[in-house]
Every structure is written in C-alpha cells, then in structure tokens.
Design a protein around this ligand. Structure first.
Ligand SMILES: [Zn+2]
Length: 232
C-alpha cells in the first residue's frame, strides 16, 4: 500500500518508522462508500476532540491523505461531522481537527454567517449524507465579528457584500452585554451559540435534532492555544 510522500515524511518525523505502518493501515481499502468512522454524534465528537488534541500538541497523524483513501472516496463520501466554520485562513477544519480526505463536510463563511447557500449546503450534508453532528466553530480575534462590533460602536455599517455579513452579526453584538471585559471575545462566543441555535431551530433541521439523528454544538477555536473549546 502506498502512501503519499508528504504523509510519510510528516509521520516519520513525528512517530518514527512504526508510524508509517500505522498510517498505511489507517487508509482502508477501496469500496463503493467509505465505512463511516462514526455514525453517532458522541463518536463523531470524540474523534474531533482526539484530533484537536493531536493538533495542539503537534502530534498530528495526518490521516486519510494517501492513495488508497483518494481511491476510496472517489467512489463516494461518508463524512462523520459537518463543520460550520469561519473562512479565516487560520481556522482550517481538517488541520485543527487533524482529519483527512472525506472525513469532514465543511461549510465556511466569514463569521459563520448563514445564508441560503450555507443553509442549503448544511441541509444537504444532513439529509443526503446522514451526518450526525454539526459543530459551529467560531474563533478568537474573528475579523467579521470585530467588524460588527465596530459597526455597533460607530453606527457605520460597511456597504456591499461585506455589509451583509456585518448586518447578520450585528443583532448578536447588540444582544451581548458589555461587562468591561474583551467585548469582541464575548461576541465571538455569543455568535457561535446563536448560529448553533438557529440551526437547531431551522425547519429543515429541527426534526433531525428532535429524533436524535443530529446534534448541533457550538465551539470556538483559540488561536493562541490551538484548542477547540466547546460552548454547549
Ligand atoms: Zn473569523
């Protein structure tokens, strides 16, 4: 079984020669659909937490990057988690959760703002790919949330497409109490929680939540520690 040179190099740097065998055996065999690694929210969340622990400790496995996995997912996908994340370049889900090809269905927009395209993508992942877990991932120092806080403080909302983003986040900023601490940071958490709530209450998703087939959780990624903290 061949694995990519990059994976081999990274793995050998971290774990030595024995890691190569582990990486090789982890990519699985070709099939019509990859075997889901997690079919319920608890198992999916566990995989994400394990992956983020590897990431923040610089012990990544870089799973599912090799030739066998590429062939496997060419025939179909079975991602185990749906990540709704900010578009920020420092919050790449496959990196911060140490996952590979076909593992995560990711939908990203600045500030994780929902619109019809984002919602349509999410509903597709839940209804057609039967993903059991959605994680809304905000992050510290979010530029979109910062722009909404500035608009709140100055009364000046930017124009154009960026203005749309700011307008979507503004109600969260206005509803967040300013207790004298880091207000942008408080709004980052409030925004992730709000978006998770919107998804749970969405008419096309709420039935899946009620039946227990889907769980939606809010989280935030800390740029300084590389840790994903779960808010609920
Ligand atoms: Zn952001």
């Amino acid at each position: 079984m061949s694995i990519s040179r990059r994976t081999a190099l990274r793995t050998s740097l971290v774990t030595g020669a024995s890691g190569l065998l582990l990486a090789g055996s982890a990519v699985g065999t070709a099939a019509a659909d990859p075997t889901p690694q997690a079919t319920d929210a608890d198992s999916a969340l566990k995989l994400l937490k394990q992956g983020n622990r590897r990431w923040r400790n610089l012990e990544q496995h870089h799973p599912h990057e090799g030739a066998a996995r590429r062939a496997e997912v060419a025939a179909g996908q079975s991602p185990f988690a749906l990540i709704v994340a900010c578009a920020d370049s420092r919050v790449a889900p496959e990196l911060v959760f140490d996952r590979g090809l076909g593992d995560l269905f990711t939908v990203r927009s600045a500030g994780q703002v929902l619109d019809e395209s984002v919602l349509g993508s999410i509903v597709y992942g839940v209804e057609h790919l039967h993903i059991p877990l959605i994680v809304v991932v905000g992050h510290s120092s979010c530029g979109a949330v910062t722009a909404a806080v500035e608009a709140h403080e100055t009364g000046q909302v930017p124009g154009g497409h960026v203005g749309y983003l700011v307008e979507q986040i503004l109600p969260v900023v206005e509803a967040t109490p300013d207790d004298g601490g880091d207000f942008v940071d408080a709004c980052v958490s409030a925004n992730a929680l709000h978006i998770a709530e919107l998804l749970r209450d969405d008419p096309e998703l709420s039935g899946h939540v009620a039946s227990g087939a889907l769980r939606v959780v809010a989280a935030r990624y800390e740029l300084d520690t590389a840790k994903v903290n779960y808010l609920q």
